[in-house]
Design a protein around this ligand. Structure first.
Ligand SMILES: C[S@@+](CC[C@H](N)C(=O)[O-])C[C@H]1O[C@@H](n2cnc3c(N)ncnc32)[C@H](O)[C@@H]1O
Length: 270
């Protein structure tokens, strides 16, 4: 089983090829269901230092490029790099513009020169990176002195309703694992970057039924791809068990799905 509460999972999963393939498959459906992703990225944009100007920015894990286009509008005249591990996402993003370059790459090993960016913006991507210490060290290497690494990610508590409901049914891993907030705090504090802010905020979405939630996760490419996930078909009896277990969480607005979002703004010292 993958345990993202550990700081480094080198050799562990989620397997990068599976992550890339899953998001590539989801490129065509992602935008239609990415309401939370747009809210989170917009909040991250608002958290950038007010008077900040970037001559060269990187959108790390750009996905369909929604925030590459937003960064292009905010920093007019700047050079923008949109980077993602999923070729399918880049193929979707490229014709829509926003960035100067669209490149395939891995946040844990960036194909960029030292001290080449003023801003690294990354919304809801680094929770997919098993080795977050490497992401931070790459950010530090690629940033210019005075540059900013702003990221939003997910921590423990995300989709706890779905996890707990499945646990009642069969005790198996059906939900991607997330790092503890304390691990984010510890790794950021040790990164050599100055932590200007690091906060969490819970975003709660509501669904009429369990099927709407699981379909949405699949359309986002964010369904469970952990190694401990159960193989084969999900039997009717287990699905009925899941539906029954999830009902305990029902609220007036519907079935809740909680996302615990970590928002961080880090600065490379001058
Ligand atoms: C949930 S999407 C977010 C996309 C976009 N930032 C947004 O807010 O709409 C996560 C993206 O991170 C990318 N990703 C996952 N692991 C990555 C890695 N190691 N390096 C670069 N991108 C990665 C995925 O391919 C996917 O496009």
């Amino acid at each position: 089983m993958t345990d993202l509460s550990l700081p480094n999972l080198s050799g562990g999963l989620p397997d990068k090829r599976q992550v890339a393939a899953s998001f590539s498959r989801a490129a065509g459906t992602y935008d239609s269901v990415a309401e939370l992703q747009r809210d989170v990225g917009s909040e991250l944009l608002r958290r950038l230092p007010e008077d900040f100007s970037a001559g060269r920015w990187l959108d790390l894990g750009c996905g369909t490029g929604y925030f590459s286009r937003a960064l292009g509008e905010r920093f007019t005249g700047a050079q923008g790099v949109a980077l993602d591990i999923a070729e399918g996402m880049l193929a979707h993003a490229r014709p829509l513009g926003g960035a100067t370059h669209f490149i395939a790459g891995d946040a844990e090993c960036l194909p960029l020169q030292d001290a080449s960016c003023d801003l690294i913006f990354s919304s809801l991507a680094v929770q997919w990176c098993a080795d977050f210490a490497s992401v931070l060290s790459e950010a530090r290497r690629v940033l210019k002195p005075g540059g900013v690494f702003a990221f939003a990610s997910l921590c423990v508590g995300t989709l706890f309703e779905l996890r707990d409901s499945w646990r009642r049914v069969d005790g198996m891993v059906h939900v991607n694992r997330f790092r503890e907030l304390g691990i984010y705090q510890h790794l950021c504090a040790d990164s050599g970057l100055r932590v200007a802010s690091l906060q969490t905020r819970a975003h709660v979405l509501h669904y009429p039924d369990v099927r709407s939630l699981t379909h949405e996760l699949k359309a986002l490419g964010a369904h469970n791809i952990n190694p401990g996930r159960p193989g084969g078909l999900t039997g009717r009896a287990r699905i009925l068990g899941l539906i029954e277990a999830y009902e305990q969480f029902r609220q007036a607005e519907g079935l809740p799905a909680t996302y615990q979002v970590v928002y961080a703004v880090l600065e490379k010292p001058l």
